[in-house]
Design a protein around this ligand. Structure first.
Ligand code: SF4
Ligand code: FES
Length: 360
């Protein structure tokens, strides 16, 4: 029996909008995107930020979609900074001019996370569905010129794994302080494109020495985080470090989500900041308490010594692959459903055709 009370959240992902100039086929936004007229207003976001800080949130990740699509971004950055939050901007870089960046710096932005799709413009632009790569290179230079810490984020998949070494070189040229190389996690658009994105075992084997050598070579200059492709792993990832444990997500329409992909779990109902206080949603709501702690675990996880390491894996993945969000993550070799993952890997029909994320 797990009787530990919930701890306050450390971070909040504020999905200010689903609007985005890019069309990445692995986007983790839901297939059903929220339209502009459904988005929270400036005042509503200010209230969410105030409530989040009162709740204990220290890190605010302003994200999307593309957060620069919101003209009120500077107001929200300033508000969160004045509350004492560390504000991170998660951006494609498109729309980040020198004057907009200077304004954001003045209002307290502390860090920028810039997405990159590939090592070369032709490949990256094809994957982004837009002419974006060269503008990202310019954005990176502006971020460094402004003296901000820069993280470069790359989603890896079958159609860019061959550019891994070039991607690392590009991040180094950009002056990134941190490079996150994350193999695709299959939610939202990425799940729809799984057959076109799933890397091969060979690609993953070839990636390891490249990442290891670069990590060694760049130690002290650029930190490299490598997120593995979990379908190929023996044990699942410690998704969200536990459900409702550290972070919450506020969607553009004000729905509060235990994880960014959790709208995929059709059996859950989510509460909205327009109806309920954020603190009530964090501590009391059905969605946040559904898989918090260990009480929900099936015996496979409940009696397993690894449950303190991976928290039973990912609830969204369990739902998507088994129809039951309280099942052991089927990636786990101890799961009675592991054969589902093995079957996907063995029988996938490889294609290079991508269904690009639609605009909003
Ligand atoms: Fe993790 Fe559950 Fe698998 Fe144990 S059985 S390794 S807790 S997912
Ligand atoms: Fe939702 Fe893992 S992505 S719990």
């Amino acid at each position: 029996m797990d009787l530990k009370p919930a701890q306050p959240p450390l971070g909040m992902l504020a999905e200010l909008t689903h609007r985005c100039p890019l069309h990445c086929p692995y986007c983790s936004n839901p297939i059903e995107l929220i339209a502009r007229d459904g988005e929270l207003s400036t005042e509503e976001w200010r209230s969410v930020l105030t409530q989040a800080r009162e709740l204990g949130v220290l890190q605010v990740h302003m994200s999307g979609g593309e957060p620069l699509a919101r003209p009120d971004l500077p107001i929200l950055v300033e508000h969160a900074t004045k509350l004492g939050c560390y504000v991170n901007l998660v951006t494609s870089g498109l729309g980040l001019t020198e004057s907009r960046l200077d304004d954001l710096v003045e209002r307290g932005i502390a860090h920028v996370q810039l997405s990159v799709q590939g090592a070369t413009a032709d490949r990256a632009d094809r994957l982004a569905g837009a002419r974006a790569h060269d503008r990202k290179v310019v954005a990176a230079a502006l971020i460094k010129k402004a003296g901000l810490p820069l993280s470069v984020n790359v989603v890896l998949h079958r159609q860019n794994h061959d550019q891994l070494a070039g991607i690392i070189d590009l991040a180094e040229e950009m002056g990134a302080d941190r490079l996150e190389l994350a193999n695709t996690q299959y939610y939202g658009w990425a799940l729809r494109n799984r057959d076109a994105l799933m890397p091969t075992r060979r690609q993953l084997d070839e990636a390891e020495p490249i990442v290891r050598a670069a990590t060694e070579r760049l130690r002290g200059r650029m930190e490299i985080i490598y997120v593995v492709a979990d379908y190929y792993e023996k044990y699942p990832k410690p998704c969200m470090y536990g459900w409702g444990a550290r972070q919450l997500t506020v969607a553009p329409d004000g729905n509060v989500l235990p994880c960014p992909a959790s709208t995929a779990i059709e059996t859950l109902e989510f509460d909205n900041v327009r109806d309920k206080p954020l603190a009530w949603i964090w501590y009391e709501s059905g969605s946040f308490n559904a898989y918090r702690g260990e009480d929900w675990m099936p015996d496979t996880c409940g009696t397993c010594e690894r449950r303190a390491i991976d928290f039973g894996g990912c609830r969204c993945q369990a739902f998507q692959l088994t129809g039951d969000a309280s099942a052991t993550d089927p990636v786990c070799s101890r799961s009675p459903h592991r054969e589902v993952v093995d079957l996907i890997l063995a029988t996938q029909v490889k294609t290079d055709e991508l269904v690009m994320r639609t605009a909003r």
